[in-house]
Design a protein around this ligand. Structure first.
Ligand code: DCP
Ligand code: CA
Ligand code: CA
Length: 365
């Protein structure tokens, strides 16, 4: 049987790199992208930071206050989140990645699995060349760097993508899996968080190699059969999860031209509501839920504007979709001088309605 060859492509310091792309003058400084809570000037959390800022200990999730303290003697740049902008870049990069895959699965705003087994005829040498080509295309067409892991399955590809960063490429052939995994600390495995790491340490397990040697029946006793078995399989690098397509490029959209240019909300909604129905029908056919609703307006001067809103949890409710589209248009029209020529709606951040079989969904990484 032919080798399975899977890649995980993850964009480096994604939100911060997008900011650097549109303003290269900040590239040599610490760059911190922040989610401001709005309560007071500096309240909120760091979304991500470039690698210069990371040298000072700034990373995702710490408070903005703490980040400022760590960078207090530096000429650092603090920026608010621009999610629409990052999503647009993400969509374009995902199209590049998709074009190189036999099977494609986007798993977040900045990463995707590619099954390339057929494309490279099971050869890891060819896969390495393909990975270099992909990195080159993302760099020349979108001016962004990424890190790629190549392995015989998703589990290995994911870990491989994270060992050299940024701008890394790590290829783990089937015969290298054991040595690749064995020295890694157990918390490099997906699903092994802080608590699990502590429990394992109490059992005398600190590396993935220790875990592989540990009696699987005892693991099942401690962690339950599902997790115990998963941990054991992961430790020896076994993973049969297929790379599975989820929706088209993670979004479904429709756009249409108004009969007459207008600024009138109700006239616009007459056009927008049937578009929502249409998108919703396609969503339902595929058994998908959405987390994000977006609108797009092309103005009389042909400038394009988009707005979006993301919910806490995925839904498939048509009411929520239409209501959100209405609110987004209403707000957009208030701030806009020009008349609208074309209108569109989009749902993204799509997830399957059925519970995923994947470990990441029940251990919550
Ligand atoms: N993100 C966030 N809050 C977090 C983690 C991530 O807002 N706690 C956002 C910002 C990141 C993006 O998601 O840019 C992708 O997350 P990654 O975990 O892939 O981190 P980065 O791409 O920022 O950095 P790396 O170079 O380590 O991949
Ligand atoms: Ca990333
Ligand atoms: Ca990522």
């Amino acid at each position: 049987m032919q080798n399975r060859v899977v890649m995980l492509v993850d964009l480096d310091y994604f939100f911060a790199q997008c900011e650097e792309r549109r303003n290269p003058s900040i590239k040599d400084k610490p760059v911190v992208v922040c989610v401001y809570s709005g309560r007071s000037e500096d309240s909120g959390a760091v979304s991500t930071a470039n690698y210069i800022a990371r040298k000072y200990g700034v990373k995702s999730g710490i408070s903005i206050f703490l980040a400022k303290r760590k960078l207090k003697d530096q000429d650092a740049v603090f920026l608010p989140l621009n999610r629409d902008f990052y999503e647009q870049i993400s969509d374009e990069i995902m199209e590049i990645l998709r074009s190189h895959a036999d099977l494609f699965e986007q798993v977040g705003i900045d990463e995707a699995y590619l099954d390339v087994s057929q494309k490279v005829k099971g050869s890891f040498e060819e896969a390495e060349e393909l990975a270099k080509k992909i990195k080159g295309e993302v760099k020349t067409e979108q001016e962004l760097t990424c890190s790629i892991g190549v392995g015989p399955n998703k589990l290995i590809a994911k870990i491989a993508s994270s060992v050299q960063k940024p701008d890394g490429l790590t290829v783990v052939k089937p015969e290298q899996v054991e040595s690749f995994l064995s020295q890694l600390p157990v918390n490099r495995l997906i699903g092994v968080g802080r608590k699990t790491t502590e429990k394992m340490r109490d059992l005398g397990i600190s590396t993935v190699g220790d875990l592989a040697k540990y009696d699987v029946r005892k693991l099942n006793e401690v962690f339950g059969e599902n997790l115990g078995t998963y941990f054991h399989n992961a430790s020896v690098g076994t993973d049969d999860e297929p790379v599975q397509e989820r929706g088209e490029a993670g979004s479904i959209s429709r756009i249409s031209t108004l009969k007459k240019d207008t600024k009138d909300l109700e006239t616009i909604l007459e056009k927008v509501n049937p578009l929502c129905d249409d998108v919703h029908e396609r969503l339902t056919q595929r058994g998908l839920n959405f987390k994000t609703v977006g609108i797009v307006a092309v103005m009389t001067d042909l400038s394009i504007h988009s707005r979006s809103r993301t919910f806490e949890t995925p839904t498939n409710k048509l009411d929520a979709f239409k209501e959100t589209a209405r609110e987004l248009f209403e707000k957009f029209l208030e701030d806009s001088e020009l008349e609208v020529r074309r209108v569109g709606v989009k749902v993204s951040n799509l997830v399957e309605q059925e519970t995923q079989r994947q470990i990441t969904d029940f251990v919550g990484t």
